[in-house]
Write a protein that binds this ligand. Structure first.
Ligand code: DAH
Length: 339
């Protein structure tokens, strides 16, 4: 093989390296010339057939061509790669005006914030926390609270039945029975949690929260009940709010009362939230009916007591002046952020 032939290979390779449009094409050209069966490699194999004295010179020339092509290749490759990265970056379209994604810190839901505030007020009066199941036995939700089967009092609480003997608890009052059965008086307990009723409008939710209080001791009167609730309501809402007790009926208390607070939206003049009455009912209370003690096997009148049950959402709308109770379960961050 002549040196001219070697030169032709070199020239053609240099031209090809130059015209390669991208790094893949360039690599294919490299294989074509410098690869295992490439033109230059094939040329080297021919060295065996050359006269002995020509071999060293030819070998030297092949190595020089090879080195030169490799240098040119490396340079071309680096140029093409840089161009490719550049055009990829341009086509990616990164919007630098977008704000960086950050994780916002959450906080307690207003309903739990209110609940914890209520606990801490009641804890100062010596009340201890108790809980009960959300799927409750009919016995604890109704019977033991002196609401017999087929009694019209059951209609006060539209109920979701799970099966014949279990309901989604309609109130937190069953917590009273669990405590009376499992603990020895004197008792001061406070319970809370979700309750469920087939009910929904501007001031009612099918799933809301209640707070239940019970005090059992040797001599308990309506005066103790009024004193405790008045203290609690004043501590929770502040001194500006008016409260009133209205005679009422609950099968598990005798006598019974309902507790109302003045409406925070209209300040008493009447609006849609308070149904034009100027008052919002927060819950019921009364002296524990001796029948309830009988069911729970607690000796009466040695032990007497009072109890109360309030709606947590109701207390929250009054405290914060929220105009629709349905904001609470929606979980709209714009609403929740305000607490
Ligand atoms: N459980 C009643 C209700 O949900 C509220 C209530 C009334 C609770 C009187 C009490 C009570 O503990 O003494 O309507």
């Amino acid at each position: 093989m002549s040196n001219t032939k070697l030169n032709d290979i070199k020239e053609s390779a240099l031209k090809d390296f130059q015209k390669a449009a991208n790094s893949t094409e360039l690599y294919n050209f490299k294989v074509q010339y410098l690869g295992k069966s490439g033109a230059l490699t094939e040329a080297m194999k021919l060295m065996a057939s050359l006269p002995k004295e020509e071999k060293p010179l030819f070998g030297k020339l092949v190595n020089e061509v090879k080195a030169e092509l490799e240098t040119v290749y490396a340079e071309a490759e680096s140029n093409l790669k840089n161009k490719e990265i550049e055009s990829q970056m341009l086509s990616e379209k990164i919007d630098l005006t977008l704000s960086a994604s950050t994780t916002e810190r959450g906080h307690e839901h207003p309903i739990y914030k209110v609940t914890h505030e209520i606990f801490s007020i009641m804890a100062r009066l010596g009340y201890a926390l108790r809980t009960g199941p959300m799927i409750e036995k009919d016995y604890y939700n109704f019977e033991a609270l002196n609401i017999p089967k087929n009694h019209p009092a059951r209609d006060m609480q539209d109920t979701f039945f799970v099966d014949e003997t279990h309901v989604l608890r309609t109130h937190t009052s069953p917590i009273q029975i669990h405590s009376l059965e499992n603990e020895k008086p004197p008792l001061r307990i406070i319970g809370t949690g979700p309750v469920f009723r087939c009910d929904s409008d501007i001031s009612h939710l099918p799933n809301f929260h209640q707070i239940e209080g019970m005090c059992v001791d040797e001599k308990v009167s309506m005066a103790d009940l009024k004193g405790t609730i008045s203290f609690f309501v004043r501590e929770f809402f502040g001194p500006g709010l008016k409260t009133r007790f209205r005679p009422s009926f609950f099968p598990f208390t005798e006598p019974s009362a309902e507790v109302d607070c003045s409406c925070p939206i209209c300040k008493g003049s009447g609006c849609s939230l308070c149904k034009q009455s100027g008052w919002i009912e927060i819950g019921g209370c009364g002296l524990i009916n001796p029948k309830v003690f009988e069911f729970a096997k607690v000796e009466y009148p040695k032990w007497q007591g009072f109890a109360f049950g309030f709606g947590v959402e109701r207390m929250a709308i009054i405290k914060y002046g929220v105009d629709d109770i349905r904001h609470f379960p929606k979980n709209d961050v714009r609403f929740l952020k305000q607490f």
